[in-house]
Design a protein around this ligand. Structure first.
Ligand SMILES: [Fe+2]
Length: 384
């Protein structure tokens, strides 16, 4: 190793393993919560496995109210409404159970409570100064890994843009990573969230701010996705694959939270903001196009990913890119995500706006190759 920049690696206190959601009450109490707001969504709230979480709160003597008015791309108005509920009910802590949407909304809530300013004022990196209320997060998808990350993505509904808030202050105190919560996820969501995990790992590994620690987690995530995503999609009852994808999500989350992302996420955020499209599916569609664009800037790193995905070692150097692209396309086919952006409703006339918004996304700053607005337009075109 030659030049070594100073890097930081931040993470919550992580508990993982089947059944660990039942620690929610004890952990909330240990953090001093007496009355929590449980931020979730209606689909998650109705799941049978919620019982152990709610029972554990009762057992620990932590009172709670439920806030579940959260959309798939959470909006600033939903964060503001959660703040009102939190204050009206004199809550003193935040519990979030769900996919990325409730968890990101919960982080926005925590920011507004501690900073006493609107959530949209925190777009960007390291703008949160105060400590947030105590937070215990339980993910219910193997995807966004918001439970371990310093990211919150909120939709600014007036501007039709998804803003990224990045701050070490918004990492939850405790993450309870319990694969049993993903037992009820539909195959479509397994596919979209699973591809999101792969994109987190690939973008963090190729990112210009990767480090030794983020590399470790990124590569482990790629290994686990390669081993488990296909089976997880085909066979929802397979516990080994379910556990494997939950661990993949956590590793990829640790990698990208500390090593940052790249052009796929910058572009996916603009698709989510302008057209309200699902995050994981956007990433799944965009990945091969961005890898094609970026490959030359980090060919050795992309080759390493290629080998973990199944490219045979000993392949000629000049064939590495095509082989990696084949593996990614193969994975898209396995989970039924091999369509283009036109199939999800993107029109050619949307591209100039999409490219302009992607240019402003902070994820683009760590893409391994400089990416101009004209490049982004070409990438969107090729992904149609
Ligand atoms: Fe993502």
């Amino acid at each position: 190793m030659g030049y070594m920049p100073i890097r930081r690696f931040a993470m919550p206190d992580i508990h993982f393993g089947p059944g660990c959601r039942a620690n929610a009450g004890r952990q909330a109490k240990a953090l001093g919560m007496t009355k929590a707001i449980l931020v979730t969504d209606p689909g998650v709230r109705a799941q049978s496995w919620m019982k152990e979480i709610l029972d554990s709160l009762k057992k620990a003597g932590v009172a709670f109210i439920v806030y579940d008015a959260v959309s798939p791309n959470p909006r600033e108005s939903e964060v503001r409404e959660a703040v009102k509920r939190y204050r009206r009910e004199s809550c003193d802590g935040i519990l979030s159970v769900g996919g990325g949407s409730p968890m990101d909304c919960a982080k926005g809530l925590g920011i507004m409570i501690s900073e006493k300013r609107d959530v949209l004022e925190f777009r960007g990196i390291d703008l949160v100064e105060n400590r947030l209320p105590p937070m215990v997060f339980i993910p219910s998808t193997a995807g966004t890994a918001s439970e371990v990350s310093q990211f919150s993505i909120i939709l600014d509904s007036a501007e039709h843009v998804k803003i990224a808030i990045v701050s070490g202050k918004i990492i939850p105190n405790v993450a309870l990573v319990d694969p049993e919560t993903t037992s009820t996820v539909s195959p479509d969501l397994v596919a979209a969230t699973g591809m999101d995990v792969l994109v987190h790992a690939v973008e963090a590994y190729a990112s210009s701010s990767h480090s030794d620690l983020t590399d470790l987690h990124a590569l482990q995530a790629v290994r686990l996705v390669a081993a488990h995503l296909g089976e997880r999609f085909r066979n929802p009852e397979d516990r080994i694959a379910r556990n494997g994808m939950m661990m993949a999500s956590m590793h990829a989350g640790l990698a990208f939270s500390n090593g940052m992302l790249g052009a796929v996420h910058a572009m996916a955020h603009s698709l989510g903001g302008l057209l309200d499209l699902p995050h994981g599916e956007c990433n799944a569609i965009l990945l091969p196009h961005v890898v094609d664009f970026n490959y030359d800037a980090e060919s050795e790193r992309y080759d390493t990913i290629g080998h973990l995905l199944g490219v045979p070692t000993g392949i000629r150097k000049e064939d590495g890119k095509a082989a990696l692209m084949d593996e990614i396309r193969g994975m898209q086919r396995v989970v039924g995500m091999d369509h283009g952006l036109a199939a999800v409703g993107v029109k050619t006339s949307d591209i100039p706006d999409l490219a302009r918004k992607s240019r402003e996304d902070p994820c683009l700053l760590t893409n391994p190759k400089a990416c101009l607005e004209s490049d982004l337009q070409l990438l969107f075109k090729s992904a149609m």
